[in-house]
Design a protein around this ligand. Structure first.
Ligand code: ASP
Ligand code: MG
Length: 477
C-alpha cells in the first residue's frame, strides 16, 4: 500500500521517537511518505522575531534567538536519536539552516521592512528545522529514508504569500517526477509540510497556518496514495471540543462534506482546504488517528452516500475569536449593488467572510469575520460608504463566537432548527444571528463569547452526542 501521513507540531513536540515508531510500523510493508510540521510554537516564535526585527532589535537579541532555536532542536534530536553519525549530520544541517535564518533576520532589521514574501521565508524555517530531526529518528530505526522540503518535493504555488494556492497541474507533475523514483528505490520520504515555492521564480511560499495538512493531501493526490492518515492529538474527529465537553466522543466515520464544515467552523482538527484535493479521487481513504494512541481506530472520512446514520447531528463546533460587523440603513432597501459594495470592501481589506445574513427587509447585512480582521474591515467599509447616503450605521462587536451543529442527518429533517434553538434558549442564551447553508448540513448561529461553552454543552446533550453514533449503513472501504 502507498500511504501518506502527517504529523503536526504537537505530535513531534512530545518526542520525535514516538512518531518514528509509528512510521516504522508502516514503513516495513508500505510505501510511506511523511509530512511534518515545525515543533509546536516555533512558527509563532519565528513570526514574532521577524516582527521585532522589523522594528528595532539588537544583534545580540537575534543571536540569542538563533541559539535558543538551535538548543531546542538539538535537544529534541538527542532525545530521540542515539546514533552519533546521524546526530552529527543533523547538527550540521541545523547549524547551516539557522545561519541562513540569521542572515534573513539581519536583512529584515537592516531594511526595517517585513514584506509578506520575507515573512513566508522566515516562517519556512520551522518546518525546515524539524524535518531533518524526524528523518534522523527514522534512520535511527534502520529505515532507509530521505528528507526533502515541500518545494523540493515539487509543490508549486501562486505568489499569494502567507496563503499560497497550488498550481495544480504543474505540482502534480513535479511531485510525481520527484517522489516516484525515490519510492521505487525503497526510501521512506520525510517531507516538510507548509512550505512551497512560486512556480514562476522559485520563491518560498507558505500554504496558510496549519498548512501541513494541506501539503499532505496535495502530495497524497499527486502520487495516488491509497491512504492519507492525519495523526493528531485526539482520537479522530470528536463530536465537540473535549476541553468544553469532556464527554466528547470519537466520530467513527464522517463524510467529506461534514469534515469540511467542521474544519471551517472551528474544529481545528483539519485544515479547511485539505480535503479538496482528495475529494475528487475516490480511491483515497482519509483517516484521522491519535499519535499517542496509535492502536485506537480514530475516524474515517468517506465519500458521499457511503453511510447512513440514525443520528441527526454528528458534531457541535464552536469558533471563538470571531467578530461581527453590521451594515444597515433604510437606504439599502431595494437598492441593487449594495451587497456587492459591502463584500467588495471585505475583499479589499483581505478579510475572510465566515458567515453572512441579510434580513428580508434588506435594511441590514450582518457578517462574521475573524476577530483580527474586524477593525480593518470596519475601516474599509466606512471608507467605501463615506460619500454615499445608503448606509446609516456600520458597527462591530468583538466578543462573539459562532456555534455550528453539523451532520448529513440535518438534511431534510424537519424540526431540527427548532430543536437547536430550544436547546440554547432553555439555558437562557441569546442568539444574535443565524445562518443555514443551502446544503442543510449545518446550522450556525452567533452568541456572546461568554455563552459559547454553555450552548455547546446544551446542544451536545440535546443531540445525544455523548452516546455512540448509530450507523445504519457504513462502508468501511
Ligand atoms: N507550522 C505551521 C503553522 O504553525 C504549519 C503547520 O503547523 O501545519 O501554522
Ligand atoms: Mg503548527
Amino acid at each position: 500500500m502507498r500511504v501518506v501521513m502527517k504529523f503536526g507540531g504537537a505530535s513531534v513536540g512530545k518526542g520525535y521517537s514516538t512518531v518514528a515508531k509509528i512510521i516504522n510500523s508502516y514503513a516495513e510493508s508500505n510505501e510511506t511518505i511523511v509530512l511534518v510540521s515545525a515543533m509546536a510554537g516555533v512558527t509563532d516564535q519565528l513570526i514574532d522575531c521577524a516582527e521585532r526585527s522589523q522594528k528595532d532589535i539588537k544583534k545580540e537579541v537575534l543571536r540569542d534567538f538563533i541559539q535558543e532555536l538551535l538548543k531546542k532542536h538539538l535537544k529534541a534530536a538527542e532525545e530521540s536519536i542515539d546514533d552519533e553519525l546521524i546526530l552529527k549530520e543533523i547538527e550540521q544541517k541545523l547549524t547551516e539552516t539557522l545561519e541562513e535564518l540569521e542572515r534573513v533576520l539581519i536583512g529584515i532589521s537592516l531594511l526595517k521592512e517585513l514584506s509578506s514574501q520575507a515573512r513566508d521565508k522566515v516562517m519556512s524555517f520551522g518546518e525546515r528545522l524539524s524535518t531533518p530531526i524526524l528523518w534522523g529518528a527514522v534512520k535511527n530505526l534502520n529505515i532507509p529514508a530521505v528528507y526533502l522540503s515541500g518545494y523540493e518535493a515539487g509543490i508549486v504555488t501562486d505568489d499569494r504569500f502567507g496563503n499560497a494556492r497550488p498550481i495544480w497541474d504543474l505540482s502534480m507533475k513535479k511531485i510525481q517526477q520527484t517522489l516516484l523514483p525515490l519510492l521505487e528505490q525503497g526510501y521512506t520520504l520525510i517531507i516538510s509540510g507548509f512550505v512551497a515555492e512560486t512556480a514562476e521564480d522559485g520563491i518560498i511560499t507558505t500554504l496558510g497556518r496549519g498548512g501541513t495538512d494541506f501539503s499532505a493531501s496535495i502530495i497524497g493526490a499527486a502520487i495516488e496514495a491509497e491512504e492519507i492518515i492525519f495523526w493528531k492529538e485526539t482520537t479522530g474527529v470528536l463530536t465537540t471540543d473535549p476541553n468544553i465537553e469532556p464527554n466528547a466522543q470519537t466520530i467513527p466515520s464522517l463524510s467529506y462534506a461534514e469534515a469540511m464544515e467542521l474544519a471551517y467552523f472551528g474544529a481545528k482538527i483539519l485544515h479547511p482546504k485539505c480535503l479538496q484535493p482528495v475529494m475528487e479521487r475516490e480511491n483515497i481513504l482519509v483517516r484521522v488517528k491519535n499519535t499517542f494512541k496509535p492502536d485506537a481506530e480514530g475516524s474515517v472520512i468517506v465519500g458521499e452516500g457511503s453511510e447512513q446514520v440514525e443520528n441527526i447531528a454528528k458534531a457541535v463546533s464552536v469558533l471563538f475569536n470571531a467578530g461581527i460587523i453590521e451594515v444597515g440603513g433604510a437606504g439599502m432597501i431595494g437598492t441593487p449593488g449594495i451587497a456587492a459594495l459591502v463584500f467588495g470592501a471585505f475583499e479589499k481589506a483581505d478579510a475572510n467572510v465566515i458567515m453572512i445574513s441579510q434580513s428580508s427587509s434588506e435594511a441590514n447585512i450582518s457578517v462574521v469575520v475573524n476577530r483580527s480582521d474586524l477593525k480593518k474591515t470596519e475601516k474599509t467599509l466606512k471608507e467605501t460608504f463615506a460619500h454615499t447616503n445608503y448606509i446609516k450605521y456600520i458597527r462591530s462587536e468583538d466578543d462573539i463566537c459562532v456555534i455550528g451543529v453539523v451532520g448529513e442527518g440535518l438534511k431534510g429533517t424537519p424540526g431540527v432548527a427548532a430543536k437547536v434553538f430550544q436547546s440554547v434558549a432553555q439555558k437562557g442564551v441569546n442568539v444574535r444571528m443565524i445562518a443555514q447553508g443551502s446544503s442543510e448540513l449545518n446550522i450556525s448561529f452567533v452568541v456572546k463569547e461568554k455563552d459559547g461553552a454553555l450552548a455547546v454543552r446544551a446542544l451536545h446533550e440535546t443531540f445525544e452526542l455523548g452516546e455512540k453514533i448509530n450507523y445504519l449503513k457504513r462502508d468501511k472501504k
